[in-house]
Design a protein around this ligand. Structure first.
Ligand code: AKG
Ligand code: FE2
Length: 283
């Protein structure tokens, strides 16, 4: 049975990054401490109970991918400041983004910040690569995405821990994993499985447990690519104003300034950086 390399959150980032580069996935144990988990629960509990697992989806493909047993909470940075500051801006996640994404852009951004509460009866998702959302971007291509599933409860094989195929970020696209090549990201609440956008993975089946498997599914991408969630609408200026400048930048309020690389200036308003307009009260 395949295994995912595991490290404590205080392991040197170079070691974690090297494993992520080599295997396409790592587990970081203890990324969030128990007091942060409790703060997140306080923000999330009242919202998730209003979420309907049988909600309508964008189209039949998306509906089949998620199924009818999963409660969703999207645009999390606009719903929980704790998520925005302590999860989205987590120093381990951002250090890994510096290493994997920054060589290919002037600044990276959040792609999506989504909570899935995968209930009893949830089927396994099909194996997929998250970066396939940018299907029109031909290969070979640089690393475009770093993704993570952060466990908010203990993830077990029974309750549908994320399935990951170590090494598959380097496989030819048509290669399918054998059962023995699929690892199960069993981990304690507060730990995270971090993987490249090109690594095969899937939410596991919650077939035999009576627990909701609650986790954040979030990812970061290059600052010049369109994001899955429209973060400046999910976190409009009135809400974004109270967040740190780092969080605002990750949400796409900052311009993507590639002038120093002989490129251009993306995302401006009134020919200025929206971050400055936000701090001056003009947005
Ligand atoms: O929740 C999980 O374990 C994985 C979710 C996932 O891969 C996705 O929704 O793209
Ligand atoms: Fe995925």
């Amino acid at each position: 049975m395949a295994e995912i390399a595991r490290y404590g959150a205080d392991t040197p980032l170079e070691t974690i990054g090297n494993a992520l580069e080599q295997h396409g996935a790592v587990i970081v144990e203890g990324l969030l401490d128990s007091s942060t988990l409790a703060e997140l629960d306080r923000d999330i509990d009242p919202l998730i109970s209003a979420s309907n697992p049988a909600q309508a989806h964008l189209n039949e493909g998306v509906a089949a991918f998620f199924g009818k047993h999963v409660r969703h909470l999207t645009g999390l940075a606009g719903k929980s400041d704790v998520f925005a500051e302590k999860v989205m801006c987590h120093p381990v996640l951002l250090a890994l983004c510096d290493r994997f994404l920054l060589p290919n852009c002037a600044d990276y951004q959040l792609n999506l910040g989504h909570m899935m509460d995968r209930g009893p009866g949830a089927n396994a998702q099909p194996m997929h690569r998250d970066e396939d959302v940018w299907i029109h971007f031909n290969r070979p291509r640089p690393v475009v995405q770093l993704a993570t599933v952060v466990a908010l409860v203990d993830f077990t094989r029974e309750n549908g821990a994320t399935l990951v195929v170590p090494g598959s970020h380097q496989w030819p696209r048509e290669r399918q994993p054998e059962a023995s090549e699929i690892a199960v990201a069993e981990m304690r609440a507060g730990s995270a499985v971090i993987y490249q956008g090109s690594t095969l993975h899937a939410g596991g089946a919650n077939a035999t447990s009576d627990q909701w498997r609650r986790g954040f599914h979030m990812s970061y991408t290059l600052g010049w690519l369109r994001t899955e969630e429209n973060n400046v609408l999910a976190v409009p200026p009135a809400r974004a104003r109270r967040l740190s400048r780092r969080a605002q930048r990750l949400l796409g309020y900052g311009v993507h300034d590639a002038i120093r690389d002989n490129g251009g200036y993306l995302g401006m308003v009134e020919m200025r950086d929206p971050l400055d307009l936000l701090s001056e009260g003009q947005l």
